[in-house]
Design a protein around this ligand. Sequence first.
Ligand SMILES: O=C(O)C(=O)Cc1ccccc1
Length: 283
Amino acid sequence: MKLSVGFLGPLGTYTHQAAHEYFQDSAIYNEKRTIAEALKSLEALDYAVVPRENSIFGSVIETFDGLKVLKEGFIQGEVILKIQHCLVVKKGAKFSDIDCVISHEQALGQCRRFLVEKLPGATTSTTASTAAAAETVSKSQTLNIAAICSGICVTMFEDLEILANGIQDQDSNYTRFFIIGKQSEGKPPFKTLRPTHALIRLIPTSSAHKETSFDLTELLKTIDLSVIRLDRRPAPVSHPFLDTYFLEVVLSTQNPSEWPEQVSQSILRLRDKGHLAESIGLW
Ligand SMILES: O=C(O)C(=O)Cc1ccccc1
């Protein structure tokens, strides 16, 4: 039986490309309107694919806000895609027609210089995904709005053409995507037989008790693994400054078979010190 995979849709997003690169023909793909909905789809589907970070614009905020409250999911893999953005318009539209550019906030952020230089008078507006922006332009009755998206979108939606190609601020532009499975431990990951990465989700004790100041150096010492990324998202309004930290750690020894155990030990050390900590991925 085929796997079911929820992803940030519609068809034509970069996330769709990443999902296809990982699962190829072994999956049935379910397009979701937002990153939050893609993560929630894990309640019904086998996997979810969401963007994690971009080499120009940084971490994807909606993904980390979703990971903050993720219950069932467990990151089991990653895909890295080279991203080449296009400016896509209604057929016949020229630069001088455009007064509004729409896209996912990541894509707008990755093309900031192009927008300032080539379309200084245009406003920008965010959409849930790049392909959703292309779809909106396709349905528009006027020539004044453009989308930033993958070139593939002109084959997915009617009446579109590419006005400019490779418009991101740096030619070298990469996005990493997380492949998130439903179950936590137990079943082996789909592809990663020998994991080398893990993601630790952590709420430090001292943020809960604000009288003690929270010491990041101490925390890193307790983790005692190679930390390659640190992300932080704020707490819900009812708990000001009770932030959630995400620490991406990698294997630094020669022995990959010890890695899951090293991560478990690190989590136990954190819990011993009173922190709320768990591993939400091993890949
Ligand atoms: O909107 C998309 O197509 C996505 O998959 C999110 C995104 C946006 C810009 C670069 C990489 C991923």
